[in-house]
Design a protein around this ligand. Structure first.
Ligand code: FES
Ligand code: FES
Length: 154
């Protein structure tokens, strides 16, 4: 049985009818149509589904959509600036931190949350901040370089 809920995503309210057991990732992608958030493991292991809830990174595959009511949800689509790509996105591209790209939205959300709470993280702090995000392609060094570059203000 479905119930009406309202979710605030990237500053806009969306009214959707969902099964109370639906996870947030699925609702964001299917009901709201924001497909930047990826579903990989569906088990809180890979971080591909990472979104921010009131600024805190959350694996949206393991979070009920109904629990996000009244909270502010930010997806990778909400990271874009008025000028286009966020510096984090641009640096990931320029440093070669994007290959297949499946992990990239989750990496961006975790890095964004890290830089919001700690604008000058050490490399160790960046590694810890991204420890919930798996990437099968890049070997992580280029992702790390992109976050370091973003933290430097580039
Ligand atoms: S899909 Fe959510 S952690 Fe992997
Ligand atoms: S770029 Fe392919 S999984 Fe990270």
């Amino acid at each position: 049985m479905t119930e009406p809920i309202t979710l605030n995503v990237n500053g806009m309210d969306y009214s959707v009818n969902v099964d109370m057991g639906r996870n947030l990732a699925s609702v964001i992608r299917t009901e709201i149509g924001l497909t930047g958030t990826k579903e990989g493991c569906d088990d809180s292991e890979c971080g591909a589904c990472m979104v921010l809830l009131d600024g805190q990174p959350v694996n949206s595959c393991s979070y009920l959509a109904m629990q996000a009511q009244g909270r502010s949800v930010t997806t990778v689509e909400g990271v874009l600036t008025a000028d286009g790509l966020h510096s984090l996105q641009r640096n990931l591209l320029e440093e070669g931190g994007v290959q297949c790209g499946f992990c990239t939205p989750g990496i961006i959300m975790s890095a964004r949350a890290l830089l919001d709470r700690n604008p000058s993280p050490s490399e160790e702090e960046i590694r810890i901040g991204l420890s919930g995000n798996l990437c099968r392609c890049t070997g992580y060094a280029k992702i790390l370089a992109a976050v370091v570059r973003t933290a430097s203000g580039d």
